[in-house]
Design a protein around this ligand. Structure first.
Ligand code: 5AD
Length: 435
């Protein structure tokens, strides 16, 4: 059973058409959010436009100005039925059962509820949590796994985050900067694979000024029409606006932790309030807002992870990367223990249950600590995989942490197949890649 609300969703036939609609609606000041396309409206385009019913006729009038194919459907908040009926109650604590009942009734979970779910230890509790998250994933976003490609175009960084292998002052890293041409070439190569979203990621490197970044964005748009995600750190509002106007669609700026003390301890030269302000600007400017956290940071408690999940929900974050902290060579945190795979999987599962219609990547960090980590994440709520699409000669130098797994199309396909899920229709694979 689904609860009706007063929203509708515009589902375009292709990503190109969705991006055209996005810019046309925005230029006419229509308020909307970009959300993963609900599975029942399954189309080639993984992202759709959700808006209040009251804007529907206005939006249709605006979209009549551009030639695109789309459908409008009611946008329903998913509810799961039969959870309580299917529960193996013996072995589950009463408080656990009360939470499952709340989920079934469509009630919001409190911080205390989330903590109880994250604390699930008994095999039956963990299994129950994972299967509910997997059902939400299936009913909300379906079986197709979204594949995106990341080009890590520079590993120079002005910041000294204590966990990060490309932090300023880290001498074990050979620094590189890709030329504009090389970045475009790598994006074109992704487009050849059929990939519809490219992620441009780097350290905080002002060598690429805003005009250069805008030029790169415009050229990729012109040559490939791909959706563009930026992951280049904190900037001014003005700069975010310029990048958005140049054609960037999504921005990944992780909060890493919502505990101010832990944040300060891992980011000696960042300010928590600035990070939050940046995230708010990105949202205001109409970016699809990406965030995420690390699990197992020094001083981080389960309560903090619960707060992170509530933050993602309250901020309306649409792409949430959750990965274990992993020690990186030649950093202050080099000798700390890595975060736990089990806790990371539980955090992914709870995030799917709480945030519902979002992109949840099976992160590279998870693939790096556990070769089967991405398959496991896909089975507990995740629906996205990010390929490392940095040219081979630079790849090894973007070591955010030790033993980074260079997730490629082959390993992504393997995780997707092993999780019994489907490849996106937009992929154009050669025989070699399909093996
Ligand atoms: N361990 C785990 N994840 C890391 N990242 C960076 N360094 C590490 C590390 N040592 C993640 C952060 C960052 C993203 C680009 O990579 O979450 O936002």
């Amino acid at each position: 059973m689904n609860r009706k609300n007063n929203k509708v969703i515009i589902v375009c036939d292709t990503t190109t058409e969705m991006l055209m609609a996005d810019s046309e609606l925005r230029s006419c000041n229509i308020v909307f959010q970009l959300v993963p396309t609900p599975s029942q409206y399954g189309s080639i385009c993984s992202t759709s436009i959700a808006l209040e019913e009251t804007y529907k006729s206005q939006a249709k009038a605006v979209l009549a100005n551009i030639k695109i194919n789309y459908n409008i459907y009611p946008y329903e908040v998913k509810r799961l039925t039969g959870l309580m009926a299917a529960l193996k109650k013996e072995g589950l604590t009463t408080e656990f059962q009360v939470i499952i009942n709340k989920i079934e009734l469509g009630h919001e979970l409190t911080k205390e509820d989330i903590i109880i779910l994250l604390n699930a230890k008994e095999a039956l509790e963990v299994k129950t949590l994972f299967s509910i998250a997997d059902r939400f994933r299936k009913e909300i976003v379906g079986d197709v796994v979204e594949i995106r490609g990341a080009i890590e175009f520079s590993n120079y960084c002005a910041k000294s985050c204590n966990y990060c292998g490309i932090r300023k002052g880290c001498n074990s890293t050979k620094r590189y900067r890709m030329k504009e041409e090389e970045i475009i070439e790598a994006a074109v190569e992704l487009n050849r694979l059929g990939i519809r979203t490219v992620i441009l990621q780097s350290g905080e490197d002002d060598y690429y000024d805003i005009d250069t970044m805008c030029s790169i964005i415009k050229r990729i748009k012109l040559e490939t029409k791909m959706g563009i995600t930026l992951s280049i750190g904190e900037k001014s509002r003005e700069d975010y606006l310029k990048l958005r106007e140049a054609g960037a669609n999504n921005f990944l700026l992780k909060i890493e932790t919502t505990n101010r003390e832990v944040f300060k301890n891992i980011h000696p030269d960042n300010d928590y309030d600035t990070r939050i302000e940046c995230a708010k600007w990105l949202k205001e400017l109409g970016y699809v807002n990406g965030s995420g956290n690390m699990i197992g940071l020094p001083g981080q408690k389960i309560e903090d992870i619960a707060e992170d999940i509530l933050y993602f929900k309250e901020m309306g974050i649409h792409m949430i990367g959750i990965g274990p902290f992993l020690p990186a060579t030649d950093t202050p945190f080099e000798n700390l223990p890595p975060g736990s795979v089990d806790m990371t999987l539980k955090a992914i599962a709870v995030t799917r249950i709480v945030c519902k219609n979002v992109f949840l990547p099976a992160t590279t960090a998870l693939a790096s600590i556990d070769p089967d980590g991405q398959r496991k994440a896909l089975e507990v709520g995740a629906n996205t995989i990010m390929l490392i699409s940095t040219p081979e000669k630079y790849r090894a130098s973007y070591q955010l942490y030790k033993n980074k797994n260079m997730v490629d199309i082959k390993s992504a396909i393997e995780a997707i197949k092993n999780a019994n899920r489907r490849l996106p229709k937009y992929l154009k694979l050669t025989e070699k890649e399909e093996l």
